[in-house]
Structures are given as C-alpha cells and as structure tokens.
Write a protein that binds this ligand. Sequence first.
Ligand SMILES: *[C@@H]1O[C@H](CO)[C@@H](O)[C@H](O)[C@H]1NC(C)=O
Ligand SMILES: *[C@@H]1O[C@H](CO)[C@@H](O)[C@H](O)[C@H]1NC(C)=O
Ligand SMILES: *[C@@H]1O[C@H](CO)[C@@H](O)[C@H](O)[C@H]1NC(C)=O
Length: 155
Amino acid sequence: MVRILALAFVFSSFLAGAQVFGAPAREIVARQIGDLQCNVDRLSIVAGLATTQGTLKKLSQDLAHDPTSAASVQSAADSISGAQGAIGVIAKALLTGQTAPAEARNQVLGNLTAAHDTLAAINSTDSTASATLQKALSELNDSAEAGNGVVNNCK
Ligand SMILES: *[C@@H]1O[C@H](CO)[C@@H](O)[C@H](O)[C@H]1NC(C)=O
Ligand SMILES: *[C@@H]1O[C@H](CO)[C@@H](O)[C@H](O)[C@H]1NC(C)=O
Ligand SMILES: *[C@@H]1O[C@H](CO)[C@@H](O)[C@H](O)[C@H]1NC(C)=O
C-alpha cells in the first residue's frame, strides 16, 4: 500500500512536470527544485506514518498492563489510519489529474493533531513504555514536518 502510494506521488509529479514547457528557464529550474523537495516530503510523510504505526504496535504491547493508556494508543493509531486514508484520497485525485480536495488535506492535519494530542496525554510510569512513546512522538513530529513541507513545497 505504502509503495503504491509513493509511486502514485512520484508518477503524478511526473505528469505535473510535463506541463512546465514554455515557462521561462529560471522559473522551470526553480519549479523543478520545488518539485524535488515536494516529492521528498510526500515520500517522507507516507514512510513516516508507516513507521509511527509500527512503533505504536510496540507501544500497545509495552502498555498491555495499562488498559487506559493502551486505549489511548489505539485511538492514536486510528487517527493515523485516518490520516493515511486521507493521503490515499489525495494521491488518487492527483493520479487521475484532479485537484486534491482541500477537505482531505484538512483531514490529514486534523488526524495528525489528534494523534499527537492523544499520545502526549498518556501518563505512563513504565520506563520501557515511556521510551517507546517518545520514539512514536518523534516519528509523528517528523511526519507532521513532512506534511508541512508538502503544503509549502507542492504547488
Ligand atoms: C480523519 O480522517 C478521516 C478520513 O480518513 C476523516 O473522516 C476524519 O474526519 C479525520 N479526522 C479529523 C479530526 O480530521
Ligand atoms: C494524566 O494525568 C493527568 C494529571 O493527573 C490527568 O489530568 C490526565 O487526565 C491523565 N491523562 C490520561 C490520558 O489518563
Ligand atoms: C516538531 O518538534 C519541534 C521541536 O519540539 C517543534 O518546534 C515543531 O513545531 C514540531 N513540529 C510539528 C509539525 O509539530
């Protein structure tokens, strides 16, 4: 799934790149550098969310003795799945030459914020779980940074 999405992103930017012929040279170069960063950001958010989901799986095992915290982890994992679903909607729109719906972008950001807030509220005294939680938050932060990059660099 992740690989298909990544291919979709690269492919769609390939199509977008074909439309720059005719623009002044400097503009083309600037746009191509922007496209490159845009693709890096797109791949980073897809890969980063997959990595975060893996870490959350480990975290729910670490917190198996703490049902309240484990429920929060499940809720955060659901939010990330929601973000991944919205990214899929965006990728599909781009692949079929349609403008990505703004609603889907808001769903990505809304779900990432929800996942972050849910994880940040977990109170665990278990040192193994705390370390895994910090790792998940850091991976989520990297994914959100890539998401900001998509917004800023993918025009
Ligand atoms: C999370 O994404 C789903 C679609 O995958 C969407 O229905 C839901 O509204 C989103 N949640 C937030 C808080 O944006
Ligand atoms: C964590 O602890 C704080 C302070 O005791 C409490 O207000 C909060 O609800 C707790 N969070 C969770 C998810 O249980
Ligand atoms: C990621 O973490 C850094 C440092 O804590 C913070 O400044 C930044 O706002 C975070 N990024 C996102 C998108 O949350």
